[in-house]
Design a protein around this ligand. Sequence first.
Ligand SMILES: Cc1ncc(COP(=O)(O)O)c(C=O)c1O
Length: 401
Amino acid sequence: MDPMMQDSVNLRIQAMNKRVSDAQDADLYYYNQPIKELRGGARVLVNGREMGMFASYSYLGLIGHPRINAAAKEAIDRYGTGTHGVRTLAGSLAIHEELEETIANFKRAEAAITFTSGYVTNLSVVATLLGRGDYVISDKLNHASIVDGCLMSGAKFLRFHHNDMQALEQRLQQVPDGAAKLVIADAVFSMDGDVIDFPKVVELCRRYHAWLMIDEAHSVGVLGKSGRGIEEHFNLEGAIDIKMGTLSKTIPSVGGYIAGRKDLINYLRHACRAYIFSAALPPAQAAAAKAAFEVILDEPWRVEKVGVNGQRFIQGLKGNGFDTLLTETAIVPVVCGEDETAYLMTREAQHHGVFVLPVVSPAVAPGLARLRATVTAAHELEEIDHAIQVITEAGRKIGVI
Ligand SMILES: Cc1ncc(COP(=O)(O)O)c(C=O)c1O
């Protein structure tokens, strides 16, 4: 293909490349910054400098946990590094079944099924469950993988204003009698850190006979006394029909899962194309994930600590004048405004030893670019206070506060 030809594909490629090179020329390019080493739970080596890690999804500080590392190494010794291929034809190992049983128990569900990523889990499960003639009702700030699954399903795709329960009810009322409907939302929103109004969502789903699917990517390990997630947090065990989660955040591995009724999981196992036509999780990752769920239950202090750390960080930043939106969790958006302001804040914070990263449009609405900072159970209070001080000084210098 002639790169000079001005068709829409080339125009898209050129526009993105220009955006990237403009940021690089201005020394404001923070995409895929390479982390060379992890140093303990909360410090990283980036560009030859050690910094405090305030961009991690490892909410309970489990990356590098000796018991989890040992489980992964043992699985390699036992099974090697691969799975021979797709699970249905070649690759189902005992460790996959053990992991799924562990997840089902952790999520207090009858059964569970795993996939190779959280993204693929949402994409494939929504598209498998729903089709033409069905309705899917989705919060406007749901993760991209949910949006993509809704689009791929061919179902009628209705979105409601973020966390607005009146808007959700209006959407439910729009669905014709007899049509299947699925309500889907993140438990904790990945860019804002706020929590879905779960009791009301559950009540509405029950009243309107809708299926409920909740993505617990950012709530497992963070919500609930023992870290089991949003049902435990609100004392509404069993309220979610389709409990989705990832194995790449609190759980220091990779993959995604659905937990739920036995017949639902059995259906997905026989119908989900991402399960049938794609290779299984590598044994080391499955074993690491299984060990991580066990560690969460055995070390409950971690769940408590991430809660305390989150509050310390939010209150400190808010107290110094930052807008942190409605976060209540370990994800703390530090609103900067324009994309460039978020890049400048990132540069300043990293320059002073705090590793944070910017989130800009289209991942968030234009004008709401931010640092998407996080705290974990691996941070000590002094490290959090230091990060607050660095971000505050950056904010004053750049004029965000
Ligand atoms: C809410 C949410 N769901 C799903 C995913 C996808 O999970 P994974 O990264 O494990 O594919 C993410 C990841 O960023 C997420 O934030």
